[in-house]
Design a protein around this ligand. Structure first.
Ligand code: FAD
Length: 315
């Protein structure tokens, strides 16, 4: 079988290396260089193991392991989030790739939030604005959230910080960045660079179909992003599932396998939706799931600390 991948971001570049061992594969990206706008945090244990399967040592791209994550002033011990040099990792993968378009039996939509090949879906797209700045601050992850979005500051090492926010509108995202600055003392500075992006905050069940004609989706294109916007390791995991289905000639099982694997993403999105709609009881009932999941993926959360964050959220 011949396979053409569109999009060489997290999922596409990883899938390309996996599939090239068994199939004739082409890959194409609209960019001439990997996207550097965002996504410096990664669920370390999950990503380390996934990258090992293609001979990539994630530790070579390590930048910082923050000790704490602080959301609306409430502190959590960081367990598993590592800040990595995503751009350099993708550049190294791109160096091994021969970009070309082939006559394919199957096309893969790995175009992230663009979902350029699969049928369009409504909603869930949040604008983000982000910049790299120099600050002298303790190397923690700082977040400031309200019901509809949040701002963050991630340490990149050597005094560099990735500061940004996503919310319903760009104006609201900018407001959140101001609030983050006031809360943690990240004063406004000349940015080393600034850019805009989008993230699709819909779970897989709301991003169907995953397969349409001879097109199959992977990664963010089919909703593999956590309720809090963590999409790097999930994109790799989704690519691994697609690779397995293609090797086993069981593409017909792909949708079901993705929905099963990413049940935790569904639950997180259901939690976030309850919060956004102000359904307090419904949100509280989901807190134990979020705690269990995020303890494995990110930080040492507790039910009490999540409730404290919930209490602090503005609209
Ligand atoms: C501002 C911001 C910050 C984020 N921070 C984090 C974070 O810290 N940690 C985390 O885990 N996740 C984060 N995410 C989410 C994460 O970046 C994505 O979920 C993840 O990159 C999805 O991987 P993907 O391969 O599906 O898509 P992407 O990595 O977005 O790759 C899509 C690729 O498709 C290409 N493309 C687009 N259209 C076409 C087309 N028509 N033809 C060919 N190619 C095309 C693009 O150029 C891109 O290279 C963040 C997202 C944003 C917007």
């Amino acid at each position: 079988m011949k396979i053409q991948i569109y999009g060489a971001g997290m999922a596409g570049s990883y899938l390309y290396v996996l599939l090239s061992q068994e199939f004739e594969v082409g890959i194409k990206d609209v960019r001439s260089k990997p996207d550097c706008r965002c996504a410096w945090g990664i669920a370390y244990r999950q990503a380390k193991e996934l990258y090992r399967a293609i001979g990539v040592n994630l530790d070579e791209y390590f930048l910082v392991r923050p000790r704490r994550a602080i959301a609306n002033g409430i502190e959590f011990r960081n367990r598993n989030i590592v800040i990595f040099d995503r751009k350099r990792l993708l550049e190294d993968l791109w160096d091994q790739i021969e970009f070309r378009e082939i006559e394919a039996d199957l096309k893969v939509d790995a175009t992230g939030h663009s979902r350029a090949l699969l049928p369009k879906i409504d909603g869930g797209l949040y604008p983000t604005i982000q910049m790299i700045e120099k600050h002298d601050a303790e190397e923690n992850i700082y977040a400031y959230a309200r019901r509809t979005g949040y701002a963050w500051a991630f340490p990149l090492g050597d005094g560099l910080w990735h500061v940004g926010a996503g919310d319903l509108t760009e104006e609201r995202a900018k407001e959140m960045i101001e609030k983050l600055r006031q809360k943690y003392g990240f004063e406004k500075k000349d940015a080393v660079c600034t850019c805009r992006a989008k993230v699709r905050m819909l779970p897989p069940s709301k991003c169907r179909p995953f397969v349409h004609g001879n097109v199959v989706g992977v990664g963010e294109a089919i909703g593999c992003v956590s309720g809090f916007g963590e999409g790097n390791a999930p994109a790799l995991q989704c690519a691994k599932l697609l690779h397995q289905c293609l090797v086993e000639d069981s593409l017909h099982e792909y949708e079901e396998r993705v929905l099963r694997e990413f049940r935790w993403v569904e639950r997180e999105h259901a939690f976030v939706e309850s919060v956004q709609k102000g359904k307090t009881l419904s949100a509280l009932l989901k807190v134990p799931w979020v705690v269990l999941t995020e303890r494995k993926r990110s930080a040492e959360l507790s039910i009490g600390s999540i409730i404290s964050v919930l209490r602090s959220l503005g609209s």
